[in-house]
Design a protein around this ligand. Sequence first.
Ligand code: SF4
Length: 144
Amino acid sequence: MRLLRSTDLALRFLMRLAVAGDSSPTTREVAAGVDVPYTHAAKVVAELQHMGLVDARRGRGGGLSLTEQGRTASVGAVVRAFEGDGDVVDCEGSTPCPLNSACRLRGALRRAQEAFFATLDPLTVTDMVAEPTGPLLLGISRGV
Ligand code: SF4
């Protein structure tokens, strides 16, 4: 199963903000720190704000920070939100699969997809920045 780029970016941004401490980096700084174009970053940040995981303050001294909800957010919940609940295989696309009405594989794939999400459910954003990831992320971001 391959994640959408926006899903991975959302998690990268949350992880970057989880190590920000008292600083409030701008979207541009976060984007540069994880090597992502600004326009792409801005869309993902807007979605994270909408979900209540990131707070954005404008003006001098403003910037991005994690909300408490963002700090304790489940990685599985973030992945589900960005990926949506569609099937991993498109059985009913423009040319529907002839096995569609009685396919055991379809059910097995659905269960595998749910197991994938369930593995990520107990993990939080804060868990993801424990050593060695957090210090590395901070070091990379300082160089920007
Ligand atoms: S074989 Fe089954 S899982 Fe694959 S496309 Fe057809 S209905 Fe879907």
